[in-house]
Design a protein around this ligand. Structure first.
Ligand SMILES: *[C@@H]1O[C@H](CO)[C@@H](O)[C@H](O)[C@H]1NC(C)=O
Ligand SMILES: *[C@@H]1O[C@H](CO)[C@@H](O)[C@H](O)[C@H]1NC(C)=O
Ligand SMILES: *[C@@H]1O[C@H](CO)[C@@H](O)[C@H](O)[C@H]1NC(C)=O
Length: 279
């Protein structure tokens, strides 16, 4: 190699490294807060459940080096708009702003399934207490009551069991396989829901109080009426957080026998023998 060529080569190496360090820094050593599992192991679900529990626990005080997740509990959302189409003309339009959610820090992971067919996930977890507060504006009907107002909202859900279905696409970076979490859909059930909406009827305090009481007395019906609002809020949060985590931590650190994207989607016939951790 001529000296000039060597110099050029070093220059290119240096610059491409800088770009990747700024734009997409990622972990290259397995951290001690992640339990490594093997998907071929018959106890995989048990192992994976513990591994994801440890990840949630770590999120609480922050994953070192991952600065894009500023805070997990409380979690802040700027704005969320939801239009919920019910039967016929009955529509509910809700907008939430300056939302603060407490409770994700006490997540109990009940089951973490990873499907080897496409590396999608089904994760079940429980939040003993989830509190949401923020500014609302809403237009439409809840439990047949016509509403058109804005003010502050407080929701407090008890024992919220969430089933999350996540879709992923594997890709490679720096010799590791990563998850690109592309979709997140949740279902939930709860044991109780307390709610309070301020200024529901433009200052008519008597109507506001009786409506808030009615919502609390009929919390199951209220939870059903707000189902889309609640699931979409949780989906927005989880998709954002999961994308950031899994672009940062290689999937190999969770599942050490994960295939490469080529082996999974085709392009090369993996026998399994070379499907071990790269490098
Ligand atoms: C599953 O994990 C728990 C620890 O969380 C352990 O006590 C239990 O024995 C494991 N079950 C199996 C079948 O390995
Ligand atoms: C992840 O998937 C999204 C589409 O959902 C795509 O726009 C993006 O480029 C993908 N990122 C990587 C690193 O593959
Ligand atoms: C929530 O779950 C706990 C533990 O299972 C239980 O003791 C409590 O009664 C539940 N809360 C409600 C409102 O059902």
């Amino acid at each position: 190699m001529s000296p000039a060529f060597t110099q050029l080569y070093i220059l290119i190496l240096c610059c491409s490294y800088t770009v990747s360090a700024v734009d997409e820094a990622f972990l290259t050593d397995p951290p001690d807060y992640i339990k490594e599992c093997q998907i071929a192991d018959k106890n995989f679900i048990n192992c994976s459940t513990q591994s994801i529990q440890q990840l949630f626990d770590k999120l609480n005080d922050g994953i070192p080096g991952l600065n894009s997740i500023k805070s997990f509990d409380p979690f802040y959302l700027n704005r969320i708009r939801i239009t919920q189409g019910n039967s016929n003309a009955i529509n509910l339009k809700v907008e939430l702003a300056n939302v603060k959610i407490n409770g994700f820090g006490h997540t109990n992971v009940l089951e973490s399934i990873v499907y080897p067919k496409d590396y999608s996930w089904k994760t079940t977890f429980m939040l003993p207490e989830m509190k949401l507060q923020g500014d609302y504006s809403l237009f439409g009907r809840i439990l047949l009551i016509p509403l058109n107002g804005h003010g502050e909202v407080f929701l407090e859900a008890e024992n919220m069991t969430v089933i999350m279905h996540s879709k992923t696409r594997l890709y490679e970076k720096g010799g590791f396989t990563f998850y690109n979490v592309t979709n997140c859909r949740v279902d939930f059930k709860i044991d109780g829901l307390k709610s309070y909406f301020s200024n529901l009827f433009n200052g008519n305090k008597q109507l506001e109080d009786s409506t808030n009481k009615f919502f609390n007395d009929n919390w199951r019906m209220l939870a059903d009426a707000l189902y889309t609002v609640i699931t979409q809020t949780i989906e927005d949060i989880l998709l954002d957080v999961l994308k950031k985590i899994f672009h940062y931590i290689p999937a190999n650190f969770f599942i050490n026998d994960i295939p490469t994207s080529k082996q999974l989607y085709g392009g090369s016939k993996g026998t399994g023998a070379e499907a071990r951790r790269p490098k």
